[in-house]
Design a protein around this ligand. Structure first.
Ligand code: SIN
Length: 195
């Protein structure tokens, strides 16, 4: 049985009766925006790093062959850049469904490029969720990603599209870009060895 966080997230009433909230996106939420929003702008959060340490049973892999997707790992001094969306509270039902494979809504402070800040929500997959895969070397992660796919597409497209989106936002992410380089090499090798 795969983990499903929908009920837990529904019971997390982070903002009382507020009818809208800021959502901080740092993974596919940056480039696959299939939800309505009122406004969007680049933002960052402090003390967290983006890592391909979460498993995906339902989007970029399966229970038997999970993909690897991003979560946030606590790291003092780190800054994780992403994209913030101001959304109506009703949108969280849709987001909970999309992020149900281990991600929990947590409150986070985010800073916008103009220096202003807001408290909002991000979806975080912690090490105790059933889909969590944990740390691995970047080459190992790249190999894993090259051999996984699920109902939402290939795992490599998840990473390559994220890397493109981060560059588009002017963001540097050594972890993501190192895995991207390895994936492109592995894909080249796979092409040159296939008949
Ligand atoms: C996010 O994008 O903020 C969460 C992780 C994901 O859906 O890829």
């Amino acid at each position: 049985m795969s983990v499903n966080t929908i009920e837990e997230n529904r019971s997390r009433n982070l903002f009382g009766d507020q009818d809208e909230a800021w959502l901080f996106g740092y993974g596919s939420l940056i480039y696959l925006v299939d939800f309505p929003y009122l406004e969007s702008k680049p933002a960052s959060i402090e003390g967290w790093s983006r890592r391909f340490w979460q498993g995906s049973h339902d989007h970029r892999g399966t229970i038997d062959n999970p993909g690897r997707v991003v979560t946030l790992i606590e790291e003092p001094g780190a800054v994780c850049g992403g994209l913030a969306f101001r959304v109506e509270a009703s949108v969280f039902a849709q987001l909970d469904e999309r992020e149900k494979n281990g991600y929990l809504r947590v409150a986070t402070e985010m800073t916008f490029v103009d220096g202003s800040a807001a408290t909002g929500v991000t979806y975080l997959a912690t090490a105790d969720n059933e889909a969590y895969l944990g740390e691995a070397g970047e080459y190992e992660i790249a190999e894993h990603i090259c051999h996984a796919h699920g109902p939402s597409g290939t795992n490599s497209d998840y990473l390559l599209e994220l890397a493109i989106a981060l560059r588009g936002l002017g963001l540097q992410d050594d972890h993501v870009f190192a895995i991207e380089t390895h994936i492109l090499e592995i894909q080249d090798q796979m092409k040159s060895t296939s008949p």
